[in-house]
Every structure is written in structure tokens, then in C-alpha cells.
Design a binder for this molecule. Structure first.
Ligand code: SPV
Ligand code: MG
Length: 516
């Protein structure tokens, strides 16, 4: 995160700092963490900022020249642009820890540099030699003597570290010797040196090695102290990053984009609208139950009807759900779903409710499918799963059982010659609906619309425009409009597994049959 924020703020490259990684683990920067831990951090950083170059601070090379060979292989494979090793004895301590800073011999360090340059597999990879001669108090001449040898051994750049309060040591170094490779400095203790000053001295890279984690530590302390003191987080809310900012840093927008482009695992995302606006008071047997509450709020063995519908949709992976309420809407609570009200439900009907629901779906991912569900219908989960598994452009659930002896609300005519009431297997490819809506009479109907409609993202936009044109009416009539314009509507044919609650007897049956 720190690396990505630094790049976003305008830095050119990243120093994967041993001090910062140790601090993040709350252990001393003293060869305590292992190479694997530094490597994992450098790898994550390189991934996060690619193709921005990352320089990995590799301390003393984590051992002798053999350790350096493996180190170079691993860091190069992890995508870092360069490694930097320093000429101290192992185990090292951070250069700013007072006390003894022991240097390795020139010969030993030259051996490590030769091993590193010999181990690299790609020509662009760089090995930076860091001298701690000034840190250890050995003076500018020793620093130069060492750096000359390091350049002869193949070092691609030199990091001349110093902990004095001014840049005089570095100035003196560069005044006496102008190395044939780039020079890098870390002005932690002499922050008055500007990048422009460094440039005019001939320095190629300035590393701000630890300011990031120092800022984080101070900010964390302030935030926790405030929350602990206040017993809430109000006072800090305005000064801390928002979750949205961090979603950006995580790369959530790219994640979503990639999911849309490449994720082919399973059915496409589906949003659902449940139409619950109507009053269901035309049947006298149900009217007393729905005098004060709508059908959606009726209890079905411990859960309201709408809660059952929402729960089942969740179980089938549909999480973006809008319930459209109307009649006695204040009694409809839709936990786990959004809720909108169609105030004009009496006059604009299912189409009006569909439009009210569509408005609230606007925020969802572009192109996802829409499932429209009648509020007074309960289906078995397997039917819903079968419908959702389909990749049809526009599909309705149709009951072919013949519906003999009972009122059929929405008749449909399905293509093909299967006789209603006979046993049958669903065809391998879905059959077309030839007619739907008010125009289908008993003589021509051979099935019943069972209250579920699944529409692809593309078809949804067209259906919505048609609904806007129509303004009101019943859902089957809207589909009939679409078919008149040439749209193909197919069906998933079933002979049982659903029921609609239109009478008190239906309600009783639902209570008997719905158990879990
Ligand atoms: C680091 O960042 O780990 C360094 C630079 O090695 S310094 O902490 O200044 O030594
Ligand atoms: Mg370090």
C-alpha cells in the first residue's frame, strides 16, 4: 500500500526498505527477519507497482556469496529491478543504531558482488553496492577505496550512506572522486539536501527510505489514542482515508473490470425485482387476512412471504434484490433486499411496479441479468436454480400440467404439440412462447405463466423502454408487446413445484408445504 501511494504521489521508483519491513513486523532491523520475509514483501511491492522499478534492500545478502547467488535468483524472479547489498558484517544492524557498525572486508564484499553479477539472469537487472564506510566512521577516503573496488567487481550503481547531519560527507566523496556508475544517497539525517541539490552534485537517485512508515506510525498512534479516549471514532473520521480510497488502492475497480471481462464460472450475475405492490383483495377468502397488511407480510411458518422469497434468492446466489411494495407498503420489510414503493400501483399495475423496481436496479453492474418475480408466487428452489442456469435471452417459467379444474391466471401458448396434462420431459432446447397475455384464451392456451421471468442484460434495456412506453398494465401483456416486435420469448416448462397465493386455501396449502 505504501509503495502504491508513493507512486501515485509522484515518486519514480520504490525502495523495498529492510527498516520498513522490519518495523512493519515490529522487530529490530538487525537481520532478524529471514530472506523469505523480505522477499515476500519485495514481491508484493513489485506486483503492486509494476512496471515501476523496485530496488530491494537486501542487507548484507543474507549470508555469504552462496546466499547472495540464491538471493539474486529469487529477487530477480520476484520482479524487482535491482538489489542493493551493503558492506557490513552479518548480522547487521540498522545504520542509525548507535554503537558499533562493523564493516566486512573489501575482499569478502567484492566476492558477494561478483557472485551477484554472475547470478543475474536478465541483463536489465542491477546490483547496487552500498558502502557503510561513512556510517562506520572510516571516512571519505575509505569509502572511495571501497567503491572503486566495487565498481571493478561489476556494481551497477553505488549507494553511499551517511548518518551525519549535513551532506558534507557526500559532497566530499563526490569532490574527490566521480564514479563511473550512478551514485545514490539516503538523506535521512540530512533532510535539507533537496533533490535538486542532489542533482546538481551529480547524484542520480535520492531514496526516502523510511518517511512512509514513520508517517504511518504517528498517524496510527493518534487515531488509536483518540478512539481509546473518546470511546468512538467520530473525531478521526474526517482525517482518515475512506474505505473507498482504500478500495482504489487495493485495485478493486480493476478487479471488478476483470471479473466482468473474464469470469466465466457459472451463470452471469443476476438482479431480481419482486413485484409486491398489488393488494390481493379480490378473493373474498383472503381479504380478511390482507385488510391491514399486504400479502408480502403474511407469515408462512415463521417467516413472511417476502422474507422467504428473498432468502431463497440469496440461496441461489441472487443478492441484488429489489422488492416493490405498494398496498400497505409500510408493513413490508425486506431484510436483505432493497425496497421501493410504487405509489401509483392501483393505476399502473405490474408494469408500473417493474419500472419502479428498474429505477432502483440502476446502480447495479451494467449488463447483468434481471429476474422478475411475482410477489404472490412461491417456487421450489430447484426450479429457480434451473431457470438461473439458463443462458436464454428472455425466458419465463411455464406450468404445462394443464391446470385443470382451477383458475388459470396467465395463459400462454407454447410452441410444439405436447398436450397439456400428459407426462413429458422438458426438451433439451427451450421451446418458444407463441402467445402470452390477455389475448390467449382457454382454447389456445397450453400452459400457465408461473410468475418468473429471466431477462438478459441487453434485453432488459429493451424491455424497460417498452415498459416506459406502455406505462401500465400486466407483465404478460408487456411480453406480448415485445413478441409483437419480434422478440423471442422461451420457456422453462414444469409440471409442478410452484404455487401462487390467491385464496385462503392457497395460503393454507403454502403453510402446510413450506417447512424450512
Ligand atoms: C533501510 O531503509 O532499511 C535502509 C536505509 O537500509 S537506512 O535505514 O537509512 O539505513
Ligand atoms: Mg536496510
Amino acid at each position: 500500500m505504501g509503495a502504491k501511494l508513493a507512486i501515485q504521489a509522484g515518486m519514480d521508483a520504490i525502495w523495498s526498505s529492510g527498516f520498513e519491513i522490519s518495523t512493519a513486523h515490529a522487530v529490530p532491523d538487525a537481520s532478524i527477519l529471514t530472506m523469505s520475509e523480505y522477499l515476500a514483501a519485495a514481491h508484493s511491492i513489485a506486483d503492486a507497482v509494476a512496471p515501476v522499478p523496485v530496488i530491494a534492500d537486501c542487507d548484507t545478502g543474507y549470508g555469504n556469496s552462496n546466499n547472495v547467488i540464491r538471493m539474486v535468483h529469487q529477487f530477480e524472479a520476484a520482479g524487482v529491478a535491482a538489489v542493493c547489498i551493503e558492506d557490513k558484517k552479518y548480522p547487521k544492524t540498522n545504520s542509525f543504531i548507535p554503537g558499533k557498525q562493523e564493516l566486512a572486508s573489501i575482499a569478502e564484499f567484492v566476492g558477494k558482488l561478483l557472485a551477484a553479477k554472475n547470478a543475474q539472469r536478465t541483463s536489465a537487472f542491477a546490483v547496487i553496492a552500498r558502502t557503510e564506510a561513512l556510517i562506520a566512521g572510516w571516512g571519505v577516503d575509505e569509502a572511495i577505496r571501497r567503491c572503486e573496488e566495487y565498481v571493478r567487481a561489476g556494481a551497477d550503481a553505488l549507494l553511499v550512506h551517511d548518518k551525519s547531519k549535513t551532506a558534507e560527507g557526500i559532497r566530499a566523496f563526490l569532490a574527490k572522486w566521480r564514479p563511473p556508475v550512478p551514485v545514490i544517497v539516503v538523506p535521512t539525517s540530512y533532510p535539507t539536501l533537496t533533490v535538486n541539490d542532489a542533482k546538481s552534485l551529480g547524484i542520480k537517485t535520492v531514496i526516502y527510505a523510511n518517511q512512509g512508515i514513520r508517517a504511518s506510525a504517528r498517524a496510527l498512534t493518534n487515531v488509536w489514542q483518540t478512539i481509546a479516549r473518546d470511546g468512538n471514532s467520530l473525531a478521526v473520521e474526517g482525517s482518515i482515508a475512506t474505505m473507498g480510497e482504500l478500495f482504489e488502492v487495493q485495485g478493486m475497480p480493476e478487479h471488478k473490470e476483470a471479473e466482468r471481462a473474464f469470469d466465466r464460472g457459472g451463470p452471469p450475475p443476476t438482479r431480481a425485482v419482486i413485484l409486491h405492490a398489488g393488494e390481493h383483495r379480490d378473493d373474498p377468502s383472503l381479504a380478511p387476512l390482507t385488510a391491514d397488511v399486504p400479502l408480502a407480510a403474511l407469515d408462512l411458518n415463521g417467516m413472511t412471504l417476502v422474507e422467504r422469497q428473498v432468502t431463497m434468492l440469496h440461496q441461489c446466489g441472487v443478492n441484488d434484490i429489489t422488492v416493490v411494495a405498494g398496498y400497505r407498503h409500510e408493513a413490508v420489510s425486506a431484510n436483505g433486499a432493497g425496497r421501493v414503493v410504487n405509489d401509483a400501483w392501483k393505476s399502473n399495475g405490474e408494469v408500473g411496479s417493474l419500472l419502479a423496481g428498474a429505477a432502483s436496479l440502476n446502480g447495479g453492474p451494467e449488463g447483468s441479468r434481471v429476474l422478475v418475480c411475482y410477489g404472490d408466487v412461491i417456487v421450489e428452489r430447484t426450479l429457480l436454480e434451473r431457470l438461473l442456469a439458463s443462458d436464454a435471452e428472455c425466458m419465463v417459467l411455464v406450468d404445462r400440467s394443464g391446470a385443470s379444474g382451477r383458475h388459470v391466471r396467465d395463459r400462454v401458448t407454447v410452441d410444439g404439440d405436447s398436450e397439456p396434462g400428459r407426462r413429458f420431459l422438458s426438451p433439451s432446447s427451450p421451446r418458444r412462447i407463441m402467445a402470452i397475455g390477455a389475448g390467449v384464451d382457454a382454447a389456445h392456451g397450453n400452459g400457465e405463466f408461473a410468475g418468473l421471468l429471466l431477462v438478459s442484460g441487453q434485453r432488459w434495456s429493451a424491455l424497460r423502454s417498452r415498459a416506459e412506453k406502455r406505462g401500465s398494465g400486466a407483465l404478460p401483456d408487456l411480453l406480448a408487446d415485445a413478441m409483437r416486435d419480434g422478440d423471442v420469448v422461451t420457456c422453462l416448462e414444469v409440471t409442478s413445484g410452484w404455487l401462487e397465493v390467491r385464496t385462503f386455501a392457497d395460503y393454507e396449502m403454502a403453510c402446510r408445504m413450506v417447512t424450512s
